[in-house]
Design a protein around this ligand. Structure first.
Ligand SMILES: Cc1cc2nc3c(=O)[nH]c(=O)nc-3n(C[C@H](O)[C@H](O)[C@H](O)COP(=O)(O)OP(=O)(O)OC[C@H]3O[C@@H](n4cnc5c(N)ncnc54)[C@H](O)[C@@H]3O)c2cc1C
Length: 264
């Protein structure tokens, strides 16, 4: 019987709606609609499957602004038993170091965890540093590119399926551990309509502040971050060249041959 299975949910702007501001050199996320990071939905689906097989309680954890509330409720609608949002103005500007510290501190506060599941990376920040970072702060083993957790034995070891170039490997890892789940590794379930209504209207989301976690403000936000973004550049996709050839068949073949010779 598993104890807590904690799933990290990051809410991200829909990638196709994010606008780049060339003057301020910043990414303007304010006009984009949000969604649960796709790989985190795969992590949640895996957690719900583990709960069906081994028992336990699925708890989602997020760090972000209060407007994430309605998206976090979607995780509850999918089947999570509880959801926690860490939200505090002092967290603004946090890079991956304070983000992983804050999430690890919240995980310690939740306690009794056996498995922590995250997405392999977010679709906005996309560093993939947060899961191993949390593993470091909690001093527990971590495993990346996980497509499945095949088995959990009575003696507290899990067999994890991990994608590698050209195939996969099976890795044994001791509980408690943290795993970064591969994007597209399963099909996240569709929320049941009645549960969705309950999650939206009645579920009590827990919101924790920095004080609740006992974290000093200078350990997070801009002050606690060790990196700065010095430059941001938009890379436009290369334009495809187009040329329409005309003439009879022999002429066309000759022209095509010349073009290929020139370009290969
Ligand atoms: C140099 C730098 C400066 C930055 N400055 C700012 C800034 O000023 N303001 C700002 O808002 N952001 C800023 N960010 C982005 C911020 O650091 C990231 O949003 C955050 O650290 C998560 O990193 P990531 O998106 O790369 O996560 P990844 O490591 O790619 O995420 C992997 C997984 O970890 C989990 N996870 C990650 N973040 C969260 C979260 N917040 N809640 C729950 N689960 C999570 C998810 O499961 C996710 O799939 C900055 C990032 C960098 C690198």
């Amino acid at each position: 019987m598993l104890r807590n299975i904690i799933v990290l949910l990051k809410i991200v702007p829909k990638p196709e709606e994010v606008v780049f501001n060339p003057e301020t050199k910043t990414v303007d996320r304010s006009k984009a609609r949000n969604e649960i990071n796709e790989a985190d939905k795969n992590a949640l689906e895996l957690a719900l499957k583990l709960k069906e097989k081994y028992g336990g309680k699925v708890i989602t954890l997020s760090m972000g602004p209060p407007i994430w509330d309605k998206y976090i409720r979607l995780g509850v609608a999918m089947g999570a038993d509880d959801a926690i949002l860490v939200s505090d103005r002092a967290l603004a500007g946090s890079d991956t170091l304070p983000t992983s510290l804050t999430l690890a501190t919240a995980i310690k506060k939740i306690g009794d965890y056996d498995i922590i599941l995250c997405g392999e990376e977010s679709s906005d920040g996309g560093t993939g540093q947060v899961p191993p970072g949390i593993g470091g702060w909690l001093d527990i083993p971590h495993v990346t590119y996980v497509s499945d957790i095949v088995e959990i034995s009575q003696d507290g070891w899990a067999t994890v399926k991990r994608t590698i170039k050209g195939g996969h490997e099976l890795v044994k890892i001791k509980l408690p551990f943290i795993a970064a789940v591969e994007l597209g590794s399963n099909k996240p379930r569709f929320p049941d309509f009645r549960r969705k209504r309950w999650a939206e209207r009645e579920f009590q989301l827990k919101i924790w502040s920095l004080q609740d976690l006992g974290l000093e403000p200078d350990k997070v936000g801009f002050k606690g971050s060790k990196t700065i973004v010095s430059e941001l550049e938009e890379v436009k996709p290369a334009e495809r060249r187009k040329e329409v050839l005309s003439g009879d068949l022999d002429e066309l073949a000759r022209k095509l041959y010349e073009i290929l010779k020139e370009n290969i």
